[in-house]
Design a protein around this ligand. Structure first.
Ligand SMILES: O=C(O)CCC(=O)C(=O)O
Ligand SMILES: [Fe+2]
Length: 339
């Protein structure tokens, strides 16, 4: 970690605002057409927002609307297939494939106990690991599973995945800056990123009970999540100090949030905030979260400059892959059954 040297000291986290937030803040990335002073302004905004609510919208990211529409069309076509076709891609040990409704229960220590399975189905696509890759066969390192009978599906989803990885890598430079480092300081952790693209479908559930969720309250466990949601709504984010804020859809934007490992990396300066989804609308909801995480072989230790002088780091160093496996093994039913 000695290669990550702070170049400016981060400011202390702002106190929580007196007025409760009514809406998630919007960060305008200006299609990355900013100069150094512009970068510092955006980075300062990111630091304030991630120290407070840990969630915001990202506008003007450079990802074309057509590409967003195309990935939704692909997801709808996938989920519209007969159940038997989806079941042929059942999620495998590499954590790639189809998760049928009610097969994941979120278990996190920081959020209220959750017992009911999630009312959603999804296809998980991760970073592609080919057979000639030295990592092939290690935990979570394998090929994706693609539907056989959906022309264009693989190309559309792979192109979207590549666009989101590019966005995440560029945003990581803003994050580095926001934490007081040179923009490239964190790049080496993401040369072979661990990524999860999840094509989620939430059936309409207008009479859902209070404790029946599409996604039960949870925090995300990785670095950042960049979420594309359709116009239906239903995602809510826990406000510091109590209550929930609706992440009302804003066309053309993403919702981005801090995951647990980023919060840990910042020694707790940035918040990994609980969120939940209930689709009480009369139509189905589709969303596509992209989870962008470090290389599984990297060690994550609290960043220098973020641990106050004379204090010990709040978190032990952890190999990202070990940490991730523990979280995944806890949260997914299919990993608990034999075979
Ligand atoms: O579908 C959404 O809006 C959020 C999904 C989510 O929080 C997750 O998959 O971690
Ligand atoms: Fe989440």
């Amino acid at each position: 970690m000695s290669s990550v040297t702070p170049s400016v000291s981060p400011q202390p986290a702002p106190p929580p605002a007196d007025e409760p937030l009514q809406q998630l803040p919007i960060i305008d990335l200006q299609n990355f057409a900013f100069d150094e002073a512009g970068l510092d302004r955006i980075a300062g905004h990111v630091d304030r927002v991630f120290s407070d609510i840990g969630f915001c919208y990202l506008a003007n990211t450079g990802v074309p609307i057509e590409q967003m529409q195309a990935v939704f069309a692909a997801s709808k076509a996938f989920h519209a297939q007969p159940q038997a076709a989806k079941d042929t891609l059942a999620i495998n040990d590499f954590h790639r494939g189809y998760m049928a409704p009610k097969t994941s229960v979120i278990v996190t220590s920081s959020v209220a106990k959750v017992t009911k399975p999630n009312n959603s189905e999804s296809l998980m696509v991760m970073h592609e690991v080919a057979e000639d890759d030295p990592r092939f066969g290690q935990a979570l390192q394998g090929p994706n599973q693609w539907p056989a009978d959906l022309p264009g599906f693989r190309d559309t989803v792979a192109a979207y995945n590549a666009a989101l990885q590019g966005l995440a890598q560029r945003f990581t430079q803003i994050i580095a800056r926001a934490l007081g480092f040179a923009p490239e300081a964190l790049d080496r952790f993401f040369e072979r990123p661990t990524t999860f693209l999840r094509l989620l479908h939430y059936p309409s559930h207008p009479d859902a009970a209070e404790d029946e969720f599409g996604s039960a309250p949870h925090t995300d466990y990785g670095f950042i999540t960049i979420l594309l949601q359709d116009g239906v709504g239903g995602l809510e984010v826990r406000r510091r100090g109590g209550g929930w804020i609706r992440a009302t859809p804003i066309p053309g934007t993403f919702v981005v949030n801090v995951g647990d490992i980023l919060s840990r990396w910042t020694n707790g300066r940035w918040q990994s905030t609980p969120h939940r989804v209930q689709n009480k609308a009369t139509i189905d909801r589709y969303s596509v979260p992209f989870f962008f995480d470090p290389d599984m072989a990297e060690t994550i230790s609290c960043l220098p400059g973020l641990v106050p002088a004379g204090e010990t780091p709040r978190f032990e160093p952890v190999i990202y892959g070990d940490y991730l496996m523990e979280r995944i093994d806890k949260n997914y039913q299919y990993r608990k059954t034999a075979g």
